[in-house]
Design a protein around this ligand. Structure first.
Ligand SMILES: NC(=O)c1ccc[n+]([C@@H]2O[C@H](COP(=O)([O-])OP(=O)(O)OC[C@H]3O[C@@H](n4cnc5c(N)ncnc54)[C@H](O)[C@@H]3O)[C@@H](O)[C@H]2O)c1
Length: 404
């Protein structure tokens, strides 16, 4: 049995911990948040992800999973802590690898020769090498004595437990031996293809995947503005265009959110600002779509106010960054709703995946349907499908009111 120490028990680390225990590993989860540690040790979870509650309850009950605040000796170390961005230089947000480097400092004292260290956090190119440098400075162990590799995550929230097992994975070693050691470890629980490369390439692979999606969505969002101008249904347009065997336009929305697609393209742009006009423009087009939505709603609210002779009540349906999750990180729906509240509009917000929000009063779907003058669908959550919207004023940014 291999002992694994996983740093960061969030959307990636906790499901990974559960999957590893199912594959027969002993897992110690390390998190700096004491509440997270307590919750996991009680066999419970603090995030919304299908079937994760049972997987964690089972793993804790049989003694295969426990959590703590500090690292312990182990065979394998997996780093899955946040990599957000911070305010930019020349308008380009910069990657923040502080959490990753903090883990490198914390793990160094417990490392032993032969250990495998895997960085899974989405990271700018060169981060794995930086981790190795910090570890060597503090422990004296170099990349011949430790196997250090980068292996990005590409799971889809809502299907994380399945995709952790079924997805193909890219494993970038700081040395070829480290890549092979990483491959052997992932082979214990992954059924997808395991592809080895250098750490630099693997880091850029992950950023490339998310930038590809961001650029494609920016194209769809740009088309949505053109279609609005020309009175054409953008979703019908894209559906028809995608019948071309070599065309695959993604769907427009109220912006682009999440801590991946809305963040990672900046990690490439920060690295090479002069070579990335397309990537940077895509980010700005997608952020601009949210500003366009805010302006549109303000116009529509003003027109309604004239008709009703009272302030219009705007139903903001969905706050999360994507359908059927509770994750609000970089959510354009949350940003739009907040901006409308700041602008003084009467907003009835509904997020069926959350019980409460610290600054926004939440309403049930029934309350919003009963009281709102304009229904603005921001996120295509399942409960928003198949509603009877006859006679209602609808501003659908996510296609949820249209037949699938
Ligand atoms: N969530 C996704 O769908 C997804 C997909 C692909 C890649 N990623 C990447 O995976 C990484 C982790 O993302 P996430 O969504 O799991 O984040 P998260 O915020 O859900 O969880 C991160 C956890 O790390 C903990 N943490 C922070 N600093 C720590 C430290 N020094 N030591 C131990 N724990 C620490 C936090 O308390 C938190 O519980 C990020 O780089 C993200 O970009 C996420």
């Amino acid at each position: 049995m291999t002992t694994c120490c996983i740093f960061g028990l969030g959307y990636i680390g906790l499901p990974t911990a559960a999957v590893l225990t199912r594959a027969g590993h002993r897992v110690i989860g390390v998190d700096i948040n004491a509440q997270v540690v307590d919750t996991v040790n009680q066999g419970q979870i603090h995030i919304v992800e299908p079937d994760l509650d049972q997987a964690v309850a089972d793993a804790v009950a049989c003694g295969a999973l426990s959590a703590q605040l500090t690292p312990v000796t182990a065979d394998v170390f997996v780093i899955a802590v946040p990599t957000p961005f911070r305010s930019g230089i020349d308008g380009i947000p910069q990657p923040n690898t502080d959490y990753v480097l903090e883990v490198a400092r914390a793990v160094a004292p417990v490392l032993q020769p032969g250990n495998l260290v895997l960085l899974e956090s989405t990271s700018p190119v060169g981060t794995t090498e930086q981790v190795a440098r910090v570890i060597e400075e503090l422990s004296g162990l170099n990349t011949d004595q430790l196997n250090i590799a980068y292996c990005p995550e590409r799971v889809l929230p809502g299907r994380i437990l399945q995709e952790l097992v079924s997805n193909d994975r890219v494993i970038g070693g700081l040395t070829p031996v480290a890549a092979e050691a990483g491959k052997a470890f992932y082979a214990t629980f992954c059924k997808g293809e395991l592809l080895t490369t250098s750490a630099y390439t693997a880091e850029l692979v992950k950023l490339t995947e998310n930038s590809f999606r961001d650029v494609n969505i920016a194209f769809a969002n740009e088309l949505s503005l053109v279609c609005d101008r020309l009175g054409i249904n953008v979703r019908e347009l894209i559906r028809l265009a995608n019948h071309h065997p070599r065309v695959n336009v993604l769907q427009p929305g109220c912006g682009v959110g999440g801590h991946c697609i809305a963040v990672d393209p900046w990690f490439i742009a920060a690295e090479a600002p002069d070579c990335t006009p397309l990537i940077q423009t895509a980010r700005r087009v997608n952020d601009g779509k949210s500003r366009w939505v805010i302006q549109q709603v303000q116009h529509r609210a003003a027109a309604l106010e004239d008709q009703l002779d009272r302030p219009a009540r705007i139903g903001c349906l969905g706050l999360a960054f994507k359908p059927d999750v509770d994750d609000l990180r970089e959510s354009p729906a949350l940003h739009i709703t907040t901006e409308l509240l700041v602008a003084g509009l009467e907003v009835l917000a509904c997020e069926p995946n959350l019980h409460e929000h610290s600054t926004i009063k939440l309403h049930t779907l029934e309350q919003v349907l009963a009281d709102a003058d304009l229904l603005m669908f921001l996120v295509a959550h399942s409960p928003f499908r198949n509603l009877d919207l006859t006679g209602r004023k609808v501003f659908d940014l996510c296609g949820v009111s249209e037949p699938i």
